[in-house]
Ligand binder design. Structure first.
Ligand code: C5P
Length: 290
């Protein structure tokens, strides 16, 4: 029987860089949410060694990486490590999310691999072990494992529950230029920020957007230096009718706009049809999924 998992994009509503470890990794303080945009990972049982096929709009972008180096295959190997399991079957990744774009696509795929193969291979891996494997795969993989809104600390491995979020709509726009995460961290020149404080809950999207507007994504300015098209996208989103907040996610280049509802976000997306720059952009309008 084939199985599948949805690998949701991750969005950093805020991202404060609060310090730097001796090994060069940065200490983050981030409110992370999951919109309805997602890749899909499927598993089809077979007697052959585990393989990975790529489909979807961005499948070709990763085609050179459908090798053992792919984060999906690395996740599979780490999951099987030390366990009595035949590493067989076909994985099919429908890559709908842009690659190297600040919305954790690769991390979400790796996390989905852990969830999917744990089921497919009937491993019943303890949650703490899944979390520790996720941490080894990348800073954003632990938060993608649960796919629940979270306050992320440390280099990404420390997770705490997020404030209770209101219903809201979200538009995501990527200008099509991949951005290197290490390069953006290196280009940072500002001093370290303090950790953000949040209320226990927000009554509605407007109240949330007002609070978030006083906070930042500290990687936005360095990312805009490296990729000026991000600035254009941010300005375009901010000018959309009903937009409550526009900001970049992660290390870019994807930016998001917050709206009161999915309908408001979709209506705003329709307005982009007349913008010639938008023809080459990846645009998604919807809501937060959890
Ligand atoms: O962990 P991940 O592979 O996603 O990180 C990619 C790169 O981003 C790291 O090699 C590091 O240069 C930078 N990074 C960082 N601090 C973090 C997360 C990532 O400096 N907390």
């Amino acid at each position: 029987m084939s199985l599948s998992e949805t690998a949701h994009a991750k969005i950093n509503l805020t991202l404060h860089v609060t310090g730097r470890r001796a090994d060069g990794y940065h200490i983050l303080d981030s409110l992370v949410v999951f919109p309805d945009a997602a890749d899909t990972l499927s598993y089809v049982p077979s007697g052959s060694p585990l393989s990975l096929e790529l489909t979807g709009r961005f499948g070709q972008t990763l085609a050179g990486e459908a090798s053992d180096d792919n984060l999906v295959m690395r996740a599979a190997r780490l999951l099987a490590d030390g366990r009595d399991v035949e590493q067989t079957g076909r994985l099919i990744l429908e890559k709908n999310l842009p690659v190297a774009s600040g919305i954790g696509g690769g991390s979400a795929d790796a996390a989905a691999t852990l969830r999917l193969l744990d089921r497919a291979w009937e491993l019943n891996t303890p949650t703490e072990r899944l979390h520790s494997i996720a941490t080894r795969l990348g800073a954003d993989v632990p938060v993608c494992l649960a796919q629940k809104p979270a306050l992320m600390g440390g280099i990404g491995e420390q997770l705490a529950p997020a404030p209770i979020l209101p219903q809201c709509g979200m538009i995501l726009i990527n200008c099509g230029e991949p951005v290197s995460t290490p390069a953006v961290f290196r280009a940072r020149t500002s001093t370290f920020s303090s950790a953000a404080t949040f209320p226990a809950a927000w009554p509605d999207a407007r109240a949330m957007a007002t609070d978030l507007s006083h906070l930042t994504n500290d990687l936005e300015a360095p990312a805009c230096e490296i990729c000026p098209a991000i600035r254009t996208v941010l300005t375009t989103i901010a000018a959309l009718p009903g937009c409550l907040l526009s900001r970049m996610s992660g290390s870019g280049a994807t930016c998001f706009g917050l709206f009161v509802s999915a309908e408001a976000a979709r209506a705003a997306k329709d307005r982009l049809g007349s913008n010639p720059a938008a023809e080459s952009w990846w645009i998604h309008a919807g809501s937060l999924s959890f």
